[in-house]
Each structure stands twice: as C-alpha cells, then as structure tokens.
Unconditional design. Sequence first.
Length: 391
Amino acid sequence: MSDKTYLDWPFFEPDHAALEQALDEWASREISQQHASDVDQACRTLVRQLGDAGWLAHAIAEREYGAAGERIDTRAICLIRETLARHNGLADFAFAMQGLGSGAICLHGSAAQRAAYLPRVARGEAIAAFALSEPQAGSDVAAMQCAAVRDGDDYVLDGEKTWISNGGIADFYVVFARTGEQPGARGISAFIVDAGTPGFEIAERIDVIAPHPLARLRFNGCRIPASQRIGEAGQGFKVAMATLDVFRTSVASAALGFARRALDEAMQRATARQMFGQVLADFQLTQAKLAQMATGIDAAALLTYRAAWLRDQGRNVTKEAAMAKLTATETAQQVIDAALQMFGGLGVVSEQPVERLYREIRALRIYEGASEVQQLIIAREMLRAAKNGEV
C-alpha cells in the first residue's frame, strides 16, 4: 500500500527502483512479520536467507569478494534497509549488521583481510559484529578503556565492550581498543577478533524491548596476530567514523521503513474502523494526523536520500547523515505513536503490527549516535564550516 513515488526522485537511478521492487516481492514471500521465539536462530536464518538470495552482496564492496559493485552503493543499502524494515525489523537488523560489522574491513582492511572475510559475509556464511561501545564509553569514544598492547607479532586485548549487536552469534567482531599512540581518540586501533579466540568470552547476553541478539563482551589476555589489525595503528577512530558515516544514513532509512508501515496500518484502520455512525477517517482530527504523518515521512525521506546521494557522489556527509538520522528516527517515533493511538486498546496487544513497530523504533533514536549526539554533530559541522569560511 505504501506510496512509492519517491523512487522517481532524482536521487535514484532506474536500477534502484528495480532493486526495491525485487526485494519487496522477495520479502513478501520469504520473510515472516512475526517476532521469533528463538531470536538467535531467527537471526542466523535471516542472514543465510539474505545471503542465498544475493541481497548481502550490497552490504560490501568489490566484486572479486562477492559484492554487487566495486563500491558500496549507499542508496542501495538505504533502499534495502527501508524495504526490509517495512516487512520485519529483525530482517533489517540482520542485513544492517552484516554491513556495519564488515564495513571497516571494506573501507580500510588489507587485501588478505578482505579476501578472508568479505566473501563469507556476502554469502551469509559468517555473521559480523561491530564492537565500539563500552560501559563508560558510548557516544564518548575518547573515553574508551579496552586496551590492546603490542607483544612481538601479536596484540593482547583486555577490557569490555557492551551493547554489541550480534554479540553471542557473530563469527567475528571488529573491535576497537586503545593502543596509546596519542591521547584520546587518536590512540585507538581496530582489530578483527574471531569468535572462539582464547581470552575472548561473551560476558552477558542483554535482553531489549525489541528482540535482537545483543551482548557484553569481555577480553582477558586475548592474543591476536598483528595482521588482524585493520589499517594503521592509532587510526581506529578514523576507521570507526568512516564506517558509521556509511551506515548512519541507513539507520534513517530503516526508520522510514518502520514509519511507512505504520502509516499503512493507520490508513487501513482509519478507513475501516466504524465510530459514531462513520469511519475514523471521516473525523477531521484523524485527517490532520494522517497529513502530519505523511508530511513528516516525506521530509525525512528527502533528508535521508539526499545524504545517501551525496555520499555516492563522493562527498563528505557527516552533517547530512546526522540530519537524516535525527529527523527520520524522531519522526518515525511520532508516526508510530500516532498510528498506535488510532488502534486504541488493540494497539498495545502483543505482536500486533503497530505494537511491534513501537518496540522496534525506540532503539533507533539511540544506537549509532543518540538524537542529542546528532544535534551536537550538526552544530559542530556548521561551526567548523563557518570558521573555515565554507559558508
């Protein structure tokens, strides 16, 4: 039912619309809309399904490793996430984490690292994870305490990570740790740590309101070869931010998928629900709310696909991606809340579509930079540009 005229916007090429249509048809056939009882197994199954069907080829770069193209197509990633989110939040999560978890390898990994990991990611044979956050270092990456000490041809990791998506089911983790080349964020490096490496354990599984695999990780004398370092020593913050710049825009597109589904549900409810001798949609209050929902979605979509298009043109999109994530996630929360309100008591019944959406959207306003952090990023970029005479 969703209005797809946005695919005619000049941000897109004809193959983008074809991609969205093919994925929408596939997801309608293959993806359940229900939350699974065994989330770990459901996520593993979804990763394999997405790999077998070829969709994960869009999550990585370079055809020799099984990618759909030589470079990551940000607009394709966004369309895939939006479409999957409209069908099933865990399917969106499974796709997104394959991209985020392997993104640092795509962007900064050695040829040997790319050959060892990316083909398995694209086929859905290896599950990826991105381990940046710590108990005392979420948005403030410079406060990171997890450390990696060089010891001959190895590094030895000690410390913890938390809120790690795919924690407990991933086959490998891209882990950021302090190596101390310089103070603060400039003394961090990135490493690939395979599941099962001695000294690495899953310290705790974390349950959240929308079921996703999530865990706290612990490293205790975890020894890994120096060849598992991604990029140069001390460049981990740069690696992390480059990865997040790709996928932060796609968080906005996932929010769009949730919001569009909520609007579809609201429209169906409003045009079918009988109240006081007419349908809910006959009330001007309902019409005004539907108008606000649709307008907010279009505004968020314009910001989202502007950021994706700019990145595909090779432009820096730190500010634009932050604007997109901030607007799309906050708007989606408002749209979903309004849709649930239209359902009344039915809206809070477990596993109703709007109830699932209500739980799914909340985390998007926090992960990959909370809304408040996005505001700081936008203002910082504006002030930097003004100081440099760029505006």
